[in-house]
Design a protein around this ligand. Structure first.
Ligand code: HSE
Length: 401
């Protein structure tokens, strides 16, 4: 029997206990032995909850108990999660976590400690909730050079943008509705400003190239400036606006960003709506492969955590290789990234538009007093220089087509 301690009895932690309990038989069969939750660490007590007898408030009880082979970390944030996870690995316990902040900031170091100690540090649920993407990247896409990763990595923002697209509503109104329904956090900053997706694309990119990609180096733009008018243009183009975490290798340089993009119906990510996530990975031999599913939510995320517990049990005494060195991988400047842009400009001066951008494709969405157009492909720095020299610039959205 494998005994597990769960750190944090919030949404995901309680989901982990639920999955281990409800799917006990199948989990035991696949693990090769029974999995039992021995402790739940939380600041709170849970009177009346079946785990009430298992609640401990002192992490050292878990650390010092040699019966605990696997620690599940579902606290979120880096403090005190980092100290608890590091101490667990150093004590020879495997760790399975859903914590993207922890993995993005300390993944390389924790993977190395696990390797040195002959245990495992797994983090399937840190990206894409219940979607299996970490293990496929690490264990399956091993024959390919990864050329590109493009993901809808945040359920909250995908829900908001889907609603805005369908209903023609404004960002603020949809955000409020999402908060009332419990989809968006009371403080939605990490989601709507793209910080959550930034950590997730940093994790995926670090795994794809085997080196540390610092999330602080990734250009990040959220969705707070996207308007109902932008969607009127997108609808006219039969396009959608979605926020992507993207990274790609071009001429040996790594480009990465989180930003809203307009995409057409032929993009495999076009139909990914509501709170769903999807990640499209392009390999040089395989071509495109796509992973789709619930990117958040109690049971889905817990399912991914427990799948890690199953592998950790199967691999007890054996470190599963994860290539992610502490060596830093440089992210190229956005200045040289090439994109096409959708632009809105106040006024009707087509001559000025064409003098700056050459031939463009105008989009007529029936919005008075402005021009909407699509540019050709150009470097970000050239685009920025052109728009800063023009009067009446309203907004721009990069094209994913
Ligand atoms: N806030 C995140 C989201 C939760 O909306 O996708 C899952 O990481």
């Amino acid at each position: 029997m494998i005994k597990v301690a769960v750190l944090g009895y919030g949404t995901v932690g309680s989901g982990v206990v639920q999955v281990i309990t409800e799917n006990q038989e199948i989990v035991a069969k696949r693990s090769g032995q029974e999995i039992q939750v021995k402790y739940v660490l939380d600041l709170r007590d849970f009177p009346g909850d079946p785990i009430q007898e298992k609640v401990v408030h002192d992490f050292n009880v878990i650390l010092e108990d040699s019966e605990i082979d696997i620690v599940v970390e579902t606290m979120g944030g880096t403090k005190p999660a980092y100290d608890f996870v590091k101490a667990s690995l150093e004590a020879g316990k495997s760790v399975c976590t859903s914590n993207k902040e922890l993995v993005a900031a300390h993944g390389a170091e924790l993977i190395q400690i696990a390797k040195d100690k002959g245990v495992n540090f797994f983090f399937e649920a840190s990206v894409g909730g219940g979607i299996p993407v970490i293990r496929p990247l690490n264990d399956c896409l091993t024959a390919d050079k990864i050329l590109q990763i493009n993901g809808i990595l945040n359920g909250t923002t995908n829900y908001i943008l889907t609603k805005m697209s369908r209903e023609g509503s404004d960002f603020d109104a949809v955000l409020k509705e999402a908060q009332d329904l419990g989809y968006a956090e009371k403080d939605p900053t990490a989601d709507v400003e793209g910080y959550d997706a930034c950590r997730k694309i940093a994790i995926l990119t670090s795994l794809a190239y085997g080196k540390q990609v610092d999330y602080e180096d990734i250009y990040t733009e959220g969705i707070t400036k996207i308007t109902a008018e932008d969607f009127a243009y997108a609808n006219k183009l039969q396009a959608s606006i979605k926020i992507f975490g993207s990274s790609k290798m071009v001429d040996g340089k790594l480009y990465a960003m989180v930003a809203p993009q307009m995409i057409l119906a032929d993009n495999p990510l076009f139909a990914v709506n509501d709170v769903f996530n999807a990640i499209c990975v392009t390999g040089n031999m395989l071509g495109d492969v796509m992973f789709y599913g619930k990117g958040a939510g109690k049971e889905a995320t817990a399912s991914a955590v427990v799948s890690d517990v199953v592998v950790a049990t199967q691999q007890m005494g054996n470190n599963v290789q994860i290539l992610w060195d502490a060596d830093k991988m440089e992210v190229a400047s956005m200045d040289d990234m090439e994109n096409r842009f959708f632009v809105r400009l106040a006024g009707q001066d087509k001559a000025a538009v064409e003098a700056a951008f050459g031939p463009v494709d105008y989009v007529e969405a029936g919005i008075e007093g402005e021009l909407g157009f699509l540019t050709g492909k150009m470097k970000e720095k050239d685009f920025n220089a052109k728009v800063s020299a023009m009067d009446g610039f309203i907004t721009r959205i990069r094209l994913g087509f």
